[in-house]
Write a protein that binds this ligand. Structure first.
Ligand code: AMP
Ligand code: MN
Ligand code: MN
Ligand code: MN
Length: 285
């Protein structure tokens, strides 16, 4: 595989984190949508990897292991996608276990804040949407706020609640950048900056993120993602070249009811970039 003309989808979520489909259902949907190389990248969790790889194998769909690690950088949450690492390596699994640790307490504090603005029992409400008790996330609260009629969709939830300055926002300290990259590269994988267009960084902070990421052994950046506009594809294609990073492509699909980009439904990577899968040829299952 030496071409950028490949329907690779290397970013999506299952019920093991904050998606609504099982790893098996995602594999089937990816295959049906024409995906040729797939990775399941649950938040801070590799518990779905064996299932995803097995389902992909059954379907004749090429697979890379995946994860999306929450990192705190310059006071903001940044997501680092790992691809092609050994998902059984205890340096990765122990690190993720630690990162997940604060989520329960954070969720209770989120619910306390929501109670103060008149939204009762949000913790219990969010829990009903949780597939993995170790991974209660803002997405689960968002689904509860939609179900209970407070908001019409999850987009409205994140405009009115759960984000900085809004009720239900609880700042949290995640892993640090260097650690997350190390967990991925220790296991033979490639670290990728997820959806760089989503962070509210100044130009200097963004430059610092890319520089430090590269200095710690990061090798890729998402260019074509469901989280980017068409103009951001061009911005981050240029950044990939400027920083000597390979490019990744992924929908960030969470749910048929919520996600605007379906699995595999993205433009191809610009031809001038090195696709991240060229660095991972020997890790494809
Ligand atoms: P957490 O890891 O608990 O902070 O939750 C983060 C998750 O919330 C992300 O992975 C998204 O799935 C979801 N999310 C964050 N911001 C938004 C947004 N503006 N619209 C929709 N979903 C969002
Ligand atoms: Mn998510
Ligand atoms: Mn993300
Ligand atoms: Mn994601």
């Amino acid at each position: 595989m030496t071409t950028s003309i490949l329907n690779a989808d290397l970013h999506c979520h299952s019920v093991v984190s904050d998606g609504t489909l099982t790893p098996e259902a995602l594999a089937a949907r990816a295959k049906a949508n024409g995906v040729e190389l797939w990775a399941l990248t649950d938040h801070d969790e590799v518990g779905g990897q064996l299932r995803a790889a097995a389902a992909a194998r059954e379907l004749g769909l090429r697979y890379l292991t995946g994860v999306e690690i929450s990192v705190t950088f310059a006071g903001e949450t940044v997501h680092i996608v790992g691809l092609g690492f050994d998902a059984t390596d205890t340096r990765m699994t122990d690190g993720l276990h630690q990162t997940r640790g604060g989520r329960g307490q954070r969720a209770r504090e989120m619910a306390d804040q929501l109670a103060k603005v008149g939204i009762a029992d949000a913790y219990e409400g969010a829990l009903r949407f949780v597939g993995n008790p170790e991974l209660i996330s803002r997405t689960h609260f968002a689904r509860f706020l939609v179900e209970s009629g407070v908001c019409k969709d999850t987009g409205e939830v994140f405009r009115r609640f759960l984000t900085e300055g809004k009720p239900g926002y609880v700042p949290h300290r995640w892993a640090n950048l260097q650690q997350a990259i190390q967990w991925i590269t220790d296991g033979g994988g490639v670290a990728v900056i997820a959806h760089p267009g989503r962070y509210r960084f100044t130009a200097n902070e963004q430059y610092a993120l890319f520089s430090e990421f590269k200095a710690h052994g990061g090798q890729g950046v998402e260019v074509v993602t469901g989280s980017h506009s068409t103009s951001e594809y061009l911005t981050y294609a240029d950044m990939a070249i400027e920083f000597g990073l390979a490019a990744s492509r992924g929908s960030d699909f969470h749910s048929p009811d919520e996600s605007h980009t379906d699995l595999g439904a993205l433009p191809y990577l610009p031809g001038k970039l090195t696709p991240v899968w060229e660095l991972l040829a020997d890790r494809i299952q």
